[in-house]
Write a new protein. Structure first.
Length: 203
């Protein structure tokens, strides 16, 4: 029923429904319904939706922040870039951070890629498999500007092992996009073990 309602509101856009759609995004438990709510919002004029979505980015509700960022990335209005702050890119909630990373890659203005990559690289090693894969995809999408940061993290012997492992895996994926994240992580683990063995041998 909720899916059909969201579909109907997107099929026949009415500016009066924007507020309700955004409110529902903040509390809707089902992924497919949330995705349809986002689609419905993209069918409305950005002049109506964007200001309200930007307000949601500052919400205390993690789902409201996450879904607003996801919707802004689908709308693609680069004028919202100032809202993609360091604080939102490093949000304590993994889902919010992942949405912010995806939105940032879509919305980053030309010339700002290096700064964005620098912030994203501070999140290497964060979270579980899906979070790390999302970050790797974002860094790879930014292109060559990410490579020096990845190599610096790979060479940083003071970094946490998880940070170095994630950097190695991401750099591997950059060179071989078809490798798959799981394989790249396993390869990174092997490289780190061999590296430690080499260091012990040298000692």
């Amino acid at each position: 029923m909720r899916l059909r309602a969201a579909l109907a509101l997107g099929t026949a856009p009415d500016p009066r429904s924007v507020g309700k759609l955004i409110e529902r995004c903040a509390i809707e438990p089902e992924f497919y319904v949330r995705d349809m709510l986002t689609w419905a919002l993209t069918r409305h004029p950005s002049s109506t939706t964007v200001p309200e979505l930007l307000a949601e980015v500052r919400s205390e509700r993690p789902q409201a922040r996450s879904q607003a960022l996801h919707t802004l990335s689908k709308i693609g209005d680069r004028q919202v870039w100032p809202a993609i702050t360091r604080a939102i890119l490093t949000d304590a909630d993994d889902e919010v951070a992942r949405s912010a990373w995806r939105a940032a890659v879509v919305l980053v203005p030309a010339g700002e890629e290096c700064g964005l990559a620098a912030v994203l690289s501070t999140q290497l090693g964060r979270g579980e498999h899906e979070t790390q894969r999302s970050l790797s995809r974002a860094l790879i999408a930014l292109g060559e500007v990410s490579v020096p940061l990845l190599r610096a993290a790979m060479a940083d012997t003071d970094a946490e092992p998880g940070v170095r492992r994630h950097a190695i895996a991401t750099e591997r994926l950059f060179r071989d996009p078809d490798a798959g994240f799981t394989f790249a992580i396993e390869d990174a683990k092997r490289i780190m073990v061999l590296g430690r063995a080499g260091q012990e041998g040298d000692g």
